[in-house]
Design a binder for this molecule. Structure first.
Ligand code: TYD
Ligand code: MG
Length: 454
């Protein structure tokens, strides 16, 4: 950063862009009347950056590598996403829709953790009575957990300095307000400065600070880009509409693998861990219909079995619809073009709908082949074998490309009783698998030929 002589800057509440001078319209996002003045001087502590250390040059080898032990939360699914527990002095941001279960999960974690460590739960949204009521109803141990209802960030800061907790929850960052910043609570400016304030505090004191963040209407955390570079770990708690399952997904993690997936169920006893997620996403009824196929996706460090469904139906009106839920819509359109061009199956006059059962979102390309086979199965009104598993990436030339961790995917499928598999040629197992016939295919047309023999 350039040496800042100015003591204040004008920051847009909508997008977080910084301006030297006040003006009526933000130059970046063109919002009107969204700039507010931020005092940079008093907020920043002289000579202390985000990393919390004063400037000093050392040889890398001299830096002590003895890692402080991680605080294991005791919730396996949360520890998994964190990469093995909370790292002292780190800042974790948990985002999600209102009602996703962030407060419930953190209250459960805190009550359990407080038996071993000093934990402070700062609530800015709910009253202490509400918090206590919830803890009582869930039957959580309440004796050791410290709580405070506070929205002034500086006050929270002094509470942390004076009580020296190991772990602090700030629920939520959007309601925190720094007196030195002239901007309404919840604005990008406030959120950003408050997060920076807590980050410096965490680094200086070695406290773990967990920030809770709500997602805005646009599906963004207020100012996600301005927060992401400060915090160490960012995870999203997703709540698929109508489902009681919640997925906790790592988006950024300085201390572990990113894209880890933890699965929870919201029950009347609070959040429960789901340690065998394949089993819940695979609850299939007895009726076996065309358009359904099971694939194995790879989530972080483990395989996950999910059911894909497709429905192909005569289009009403001129323009056929392509709708994908939990999958990439553009990839669906692309695959339909591949199907037409390389296998001569045209769906130009058909609506195509695709869905991932259980509200899981698939971000990887390993589900390509399975998706197309589900579409074809619905189109031909022919069910695929029930014990068939399919995975593989599809290229534009109609080739089936290998995916990572093929062996582990097959092992997971075998564990759940699948007997047949259509997989990329390069992913076929080196030795014969007991109880499972694996067909390695190099192209989409080869996959269709295999399908005809099953
Ligand atoms: P909450 O943790 O308050 O969500 P967030 O902090 O992410 O906004 O969760 C609230 C929702 O969870 C609410 O819709 C009720 C539901 N819930 C249960 O189903 N069971 C429970 O035991 C609890 C405490 C909440
Ligand atoms: Mg809450």
């Amino acid at each position: 950063m350039a040496k800042a002589k100015t003591k204040s800057a004008y920051v847009c509440d909508e997008c977080g862009a910084e301006h030297r001078q006040w003006q009526g319209q933000c130059l970046t996002c063109k919002a009107w009347n969204s700039l507010s003045r931020v005092n940079i001087g008093p907020v920043a502590e002289p000579g202390v950056g985000y990393a919390g250390a004063r400037a000093e040059v050392k040889r890398l080898a001299e830096v002590a590598t003895a890692e402080a032990p991680r605080l294991v939360t005791g919730f396996g699914e949360l520890d998994r996403v964190l990469g093995g527990g909370l790292v002292p002095g780190s800042v974790v941001l948990i985002g999600g829709d209102p009602g996703a279960g962030k407060s419930t999960l953190l209250l459960q974690v805190c009550c359990a953790l407080a038996e071993r460590e000093a934990v402070l739960y700062v609530t800015g949204e709910e009253s202490l009575q509400q918090l206590a009521l919830r803890a009582t109803r869930l039957g959580l141990p309440m004796a050791q957990l410290s709580v405070a209802a506070e929205t002034r960030a500086e006050e929270v800061g002094s509470l942390i300095e004076s009580t020296e907790p190991d772990v602090v929850i700030v629920d939520s960052i959007q309601v925190m307000q720094l007196e030195s910043v002239e901007s309404t609570p919840g604005s990008v400016t406030q959120v950003r400065e408050a997060a920076a304030f807590f980050t410096r505090l965490a680094k200086r004191t070695g406290t773990v600070i967990v920030l809770v963040g709500h997602v805005t209407k646009e599906g963004n955390l207020a100012g996600p880009k301005v927060l992401e570079h400060m915090i160490d770990c960012f995870m999203m708690l997703d709540s698929p509409a109508g489902s009681r399952y919640r997925t906790l997904r790592g988006v950024k993690n300085r201390f572990g693998a990113v894209n880890e997936l933890g699965v929870f169920a919201m029950t009347d006893q609070g959040m429960r861990e789901v340690s065998n997620p394949s089993a819940i996403f695979l609850q299939r009824g007895d009726v076996h219909s065309p358009g359904s196929v099971v694939t194995v996706t790879w989530e972080g460090t483990r395989p996950l079995l999910v059911e894909l469904q497709a429905l192909v139906d005569q289009a009403q009106g001129g323009y056929p619809r392509r709708i994908a839920v939990g999958l990439d819509q553009q990839r669906l359109s692309m695959h339909l073009a591949v199907l037409h061009r390389h296998c001569g199956v045209t769906l130009a006059d058909q609506d195509v709908f695709a869905n991932v059962v259980g509200g899981v979102r698939i971000g990887e390309t390993g589900a390509d082949l399975a998706l197309l086979l589900a579409v074809l199965s619905s189109f031909r009104n022919r069910a695929l074998p029930r014990e068939l598993i399919v995975f593989g990436e599809l290229g534009l030339t109609g080739e089936v490309r290998p995916v990572a961790n093929g062996e582990q995917r097959l092992t997971e499928a075998a564990k759940h009783g699948f007997k047949q598999a259509i997989v990329p040629f390069a992913n076929r197992p080196k030795k014969v698998r007991d109880g499972m016939t694996v067909h390695g295919v190099k192209s989409l047309s080869a996959a269709l030929e295999v399908l005809d023999t099953l």
